[in-house]
Design a protein around this ligand. Structure first.
Ligand code: ATR
Length: 277
């Protein structure tokens, strides 16, 4: 039987992970299957039981998506440094009866920005909107890329300050509220990591934060020109992108971790890209 992998989440209906990993497997000639599992929300321990049943049936690894990333992290026997720092897992590997947790969201995002979009972060002014799980995973990889300044804003200012304090003390990282942005000038890169786009909303970001020569990145994908990207475009921003590249890059990291071979991401990104307008 071929090696079995799956993505687990709820709702999982619209996941692109089976398609992405299927294309990776074809390209690298790996004998594996990859399915989607609708994870149980109730009772509390049902998620762990579902993962264990998958392992018992011969499963080798899983991707984990909302809302199970914390539960996956909690049930692991071993956790990578990246998973520890994010406090969440988006990938699991099952080896010799042990569950190993990883988190490739942050590196996937960074790789998409720096490699695919050719926007090295070193020396740049970078702004991240939001303080949810996505931001948690992104802060350390971003700081490691040595931006001149990394500002993270959230409506709930206490939440973003707590997050920043948990990740790193001082340095290039500054946490604040949207009201503080007016006085901060333009940023080379603005990343929308809030969930606002999922409901068609716009975070209260002043258009003055965008630099025409810079970039705006929307973590959501396949939603075309979200209010955030429209604001950036109207501000004359040259490079605007959604999160399809991040989705494929984090998948490639997991694939390489499981299979020991790194797939080409560009053809898969091209295939999944929905034009912004
Ligand atoms: P996750 O599941 O990724 O952890 P979350 O914890 O629900 O997500 O966080 C969602 C993020 O989007 C939060 O930073 C939230 O801001 P608040 O903490 O201030 O609520 C942010 N968010 C959601 N809708 C938003 C909107 N319309 N404008 C600005 N920020 C928004």
């Amino acid at each position: 039987m071929s090696d079995q992998y799956a993505v687990i989440g709820s709702p999982i209906g619209h996941t692109k992970s089976p398609l992405i990993h299927g294309l990776f497997a074809q390209e690298t000639r790996q004998d594996m299957s990859y399915t989607a599992i609708e994870g149980p929300l109730e009772p509390q321990d049902a998620f762990a039981a579902t993962v264990r049943a998958f392992i018992a049936a011969g499963g080798k690894g899983m991707n984990v998506t909302a809302p199970f990333k914390l539960k996956a992290f909690a049930m692991a026997d071993e956790r990578s440094e990246r998973a520890e720092l994010a406090g969440a897992a988006n990938a699991l590997s099952f080896k010799d009866g042990r569950i190993i947790a990883e988190n490739f969201d942050g590196v996937g995002l960074l790789r998409d920005i720096e490699v695919n979009l050719n926007l090295p972060m070193s020396g740049k002014r970078v702004l991240i909107l939001g303080a949810g799980g996505a931001v948690h995973g992104a802060l350390l990889p971003f700081l490691a890329a040595r931006p001149a300044e990394l500002v993270v804003v959230n409506r709930d200012v206490a939440k973003v300050k707590a997050l920043a304090a948990q990740v790193v003390a001082g340095g290039a990282l500054l946490a604040c509220g949207y009201g503080d942005l007016e006085a901060m000038g333009q940023f080379d890169l603005v990343v929308n990591a809030t969930s606002a786009s999922l409901t068609g909303d716009l975070p209260p970001v002043p258009p003055g934060v965008f630099s025409p020569a810079g970039a705006a990145y929307e973590l959501a994908y396949g939603k075309r020109l979200t209010p955030f990207l429209r604001l950036a475009r109207n501000a004359g921003v040259r490079t605007i992108a959604d999160g399809v590249g991040m989705l494929v890059e984090q998948a490639a990291e997991a694939f390489a971790w499981w299979r020991g071979v790194r797939p080409e991401t560009r053809p898969v990104i091209d295939r999944l890209t929905v034009p912004l307008d």
